[in-house]
Design a protein. Structure first.
Length: 156
């Protein structure tokens, strides 16, 4: 029970402090059973300062797609899989630990990379859709990984 409250607190804190989104949109995303690319695009585009917090999910997704973070073969209404979430998170937070991901930038290798770094459970299926709550948990882990990476680069 403690762990659930800790994860919930970290998720809300990450959503509140790391992004400039409106609370209503973050709450809507957290309560979603299957997050869409539009919703994930909103979180990512706000993090990258491509849009402001009043932007709609579709507009944020379009900005993210135009910036090259999402392929042209998906639309804002499509459901996000763990593989797709991994690709967007790796690009958004600059997590490039895997050699194969560095060479190909493929979502498949982003998934394996985040799984090996502990941001995704080892039992996660790359083709399974992601809930908003789980997506925020992965994003929180990626924020921590990006912070650790930035800290270790500053020590060099």
């Amino acid at each position: 029970m403690r762990r659930l409250f800790l994860v919930l607190f970290l998720t809300i804190a990450a959503g509140s402090f790391s992004f400039a989104q409106s609370a209503d949109k973050v709450t809507q995303i957290l309560e979603t059973d299957e997050i869409t690319y539009g919703q994930l695009g909103y979180l990512s585009a706000c993090q990258l300062s491509l849009v402001d917090d009043s932007t709609s999910f579709v507009e944020a997704f379009t900005a993210l797609q135009n910036a090259g973070y999402v392929g042209k073969n998906v639309s804002a209404g499509d459901k996000v899989t763990y593989k797709g979430l991994s690709g967007i998170c790796s690009k958004t937070f600059g997590i490039r630990e895997s050699l194969m991901y560095r060479l190909t930038s493929a979502d498949r290798y982003a998934f394996k990379q985040l799984q090996s770094l502990g941001a995704l459970p080892s039992t996660a299926d790359p083709e399974r859709t992601v809930s908003g709550y789980d997506a925020m948990g992965v994003i929180s882990e990626c924020i921590e990984l990006a912070g650790q990476s930035a800290g270790s680069e500053g020590d060099k």
